[in-house]
Design a protein around this ligand. Structure first.
Ligand code: F0G
Length: 458
């Protein structure tokens, strides 16, 4: 029997109070934060949808395992547990622990990158792109055509355009390709899933030209959910088997465990090739730590070993995907323009369509982020021209393809009534929306400007 109400498949053992603020206070806090939610104090935020990364609630089993953390510098039994779980999941021989995803990215992409090298992805996440570009290499995004139509209801809008992949490899020469990176799910592309069929197509092209094929797999459990429910032939496989099948296609994986690892900190780099793994291990030891902890404490490694198994539990994944979709569907019915279908970890709102009177040069996404905070104490993030915009040689903005606002849902943290509250805040977002003003940048750094840029309201 199936029920309409999605219940959280857990009960609450410990609570963290939320701090309630008034609209008047929030106007002041936002001004003090230079209209950049990354600069808000979290104690001034009511519902924190800034990210699903590192914000998960851990289970009692994870906390229990942490008590047994082995803090030995070398050969820690906690490392052996974490390594065994990752080996079993990925099937890869060489596992390098890192403190988070971008540390693994920096090691792998600085090693394979450098001037003249090219990386190709369905969509590079911002830190992935930054690590590649910082090495002097170039990063190309080639999502499928479907991904460019926000409201188009298609099952696998996270896929990579394999025709464009082949063309890019030919254009730049296979010897100059640092790697092909399939991001599952495609975070910057709306949290949309990638099909197994597409992962196989990408493999065929990579094999043909003998180029490295990596998974950016921080949401691979969520991706597996979609494959099981949307792709023919996977109905009877477990979520873990589906993930294992995808790993088997690639040469390696980079994972931020702060997402589907269900932990607050952690990451890994997993590789099939010994030579590449040895080279990366040297870099790991220089900056992250010895090869059996890589910047993680023994107790963190225990939590990872448990979390990476819990995330594949059917009751958890069902709740996770359905509760995110619930929020998205409600907003959609209310007339909020958004990326459809709803992705696994977040709802992505099309701010340019919500505020058609604000031009992209005045950052409609950032304007919406500010409104959500002032009206409801909700913290969200712009994924548009603030995050991905560039300037041409005359200093004119080259906008991002979309002006999105992401409501990323932390795992196992908020309850259904929190979600109902967010839906109510959106009802209020319609009041006076035509009078909402745009935003200008007054200060910005060279890389990853969205984190520290300062803004003013126009
Ligand atoms: N790859 C993807 C697809 C990501 O979403 C992230 C992080 C990373 C790599 C980097 O991992 O943060 O552990 O260094 N995404 C977070 C987010 C920050 O909010 O989407 P990290």
């Amino acid at each position: 029997m199936s029920f309409r109400t999605i219940i959280e498949p857990f009960k609450i053992k410990e609570v963290e109070p939320l701090s309630v603020t008034t609209e008047e206070e929030r106007v002041k806090y936002l001004r003090e934060a230079h209209y950049n939610p990354f600069m808000l104090k979290s104690e001034h935020v009511l519902i924190d949808f800034l990210t699903d990364s590192g914000t998960s609630a851990m289970s009692s089993k994870q906390w229990a395992a942490m008590m047994d953390g082995d803090e030995a510098y070398a050969g820690s039994r906690s490392w052996l547990r974490m390594e065994a779980v990752i080996k079993d999941l990925t099937g890869y021989e060489y596992i390098l622990p890192t403190h988070q995803g971008r540390a693994a990215e920096r090691i792998l992409y600085s090693h394979l990158g450098g001037k003249g090298k090219v990386f190709i992805s369905n969509t590079h996440f911002d830190t992935t792109r930054a690590n590649i570009e910082f090495s002097g290499a170039e990063a190309y995004d080639i999502p499928v055509e479907d991904a460019k139509h926000p409201m188009l209801d298609k099952p696998f809008k996270g896929n990579m355009d394999t025709k464009a992949l082949e063309e890019l490899i030919k254009k730049h020469g296979a010897e100059n390709i640092g790697g092909v990176i399939l991001t599952v799910t495609n975070n910057s592309g709306g949290g949309q899933p990638v099909s197994m069929a597409n992962a196989i197509e990408v493999k065929k092209v990579c094999n043909k030209y003998k180029v490295n094929y990596f998974l950016d797999c921080c949401r691979i459990a969520e991706n597996s959910y979609y494959i099981k429910h949307r792709e023919a032939g996977f109905e009877n496989k477990t979520y873990k088997q589906i993930a294992q099948e995808m790993f088997a296609l690639a040469d390696g994986g980079v994972m931020s465990l702060k997402k589907d690892g269900l932990v607050n900190m952690g990451g890994f780099l997993a590789l099939k090739d010994k030579k590449l793994a040895d080279e990366c291990t040297n870099l790991l030891i220089i900056t992250e730590g010895f090869a059996t902890y890589g910047g993680l404490s023994g107790r963190s490694m225990e939590a990872i070993a448990v979390g990476l198994q819990e995330v594949f539990e059917p009751a958890y994944l069902e709740y996770r995907i359905r509760s995110t979709a619930y929020l998205g569907e409600k907003l959609y019915k209310m007339g909020v323009p958004l990326i459809y279908p709803i992705g696994g970890h977040a709802v992505y709102i099309d701010a340019a369509a919500f505020y058609p009177h604000i031009p992209v040069t005045e950052y409609p996404g950032q304007a919406m982020v500010c409104e959500l905070y002032v009206k409801g104490g909700i913290r969200s993030v712009e994924i548009g021209s603030v995050m991905f915009g560039k300037y041409d040689s005359n200093g004119k903005l080259i906008p991002a393809p979309n002006e999105l606002v992401r409501l990323a849902i932390p795992r196992r943290v908020y309850t259904q009534s929190h979600i109902e509250y967010v839906i109510e805040v959106f009802e209020k977002m319609f009041e006076g929306k035509d009078k909402v003003r745009g935003i200008k940048i007054v200060e910005e750094p060279e890389f990853l400007r969205h984190f520290t840029a300062k803004f003013e309201r126009l």
